[in-house]
Ligand binder design. Structure first.
Ligand SMILES: CC(C)(COP(=O)(O)OP(=O)(O)OC[C@H]1O[C@@H](n2cnc3c(N)ncnc32)[C@H](O)[C@@H]1OP(=O)(O)O)[C@@H](O)C(=O)NCCC(=O)NCCS
Length: 142
């Protein structure tokens, strides 16, 4: 995924194996610390890797937040899967973990991701700078 230009165009660009290994180590540490994090999502028909998505601790403009994050391989875009996965994750976060005010954010230009946020019922809160790029921040109402 980190070597696919289509996926990474909206995620800060391609990542080296070294950066990907550090990302994986940080993701696994998040699981050990919090008991949840990013899941791998697979096609139930054949086990193929569809993408990664989950809930994770992050910092937005210096403040701690819980983020709904998702990224799918390009072959799986446009089938409603990010929305379906997002629904499952929000229900898990709210009902099982008792989380409120979960955020999602993306580049101002990433219309597909913003559509997912709107379809999930998140509300636009404000424009933010993240990794020095202009982003929009959405938040759940619960
Ligand atoms: C963004 C992403 C997760 C969307 O996944 P997906 O499974 O295709 O999303 P869904 O099908 O559930 O919904 C996407 C919606 O946006 C629309 N859309 C997709 N690309 C669009 C674009 N460029 N402009 C406007 N709308 C767009 C789709 O038509 C759909 O809306 P609809 O159901 O009303 O037709 C996927 O493209 C992706 O993984 N991109 C790379 C990583 C990324 O950007 N992740 C998000 C970072 S916050």
């Amino acid at each position: 995924m980190h070597g696919d230009v289509r996926v990474m165009a909206t995620l800060g660009g391609l990542r080296s194996d070294e950066v990907s290994a550090a990302f994986l180590a940080a993701s696994l540490k998040h699981w050990r610390t919090h008991g949840y994090g990013l899941w791998i999502w697979r096609d139930p028909a054949n086990g193929a890797f569809v993408g990664r998505a989950g809930l994770r601790h992050t910092t937005v403009e210096g403040k701690p937040e819980i983020e709904l994050a998702y990224a799918l391989m390009a072959e799986y875009w446009g089938r409603g899967l990010a929305t379906e996965i997002g629904r499952v994750l929000l229900a898990f976060g709210e009902e099982r973990l008792g989380l409120t005010g979960i955020v999602a954010f993306t580049l101002t230009t990433n219309r597909g991701s913003q559509n997912v946020m709107k379809k999930l019922g998140l509300r636009y809160e404000r424009d933010i700078a993240h990794d020095k790029e202009p982003h929009v921040l959405y938040r759940t109402m619960r």
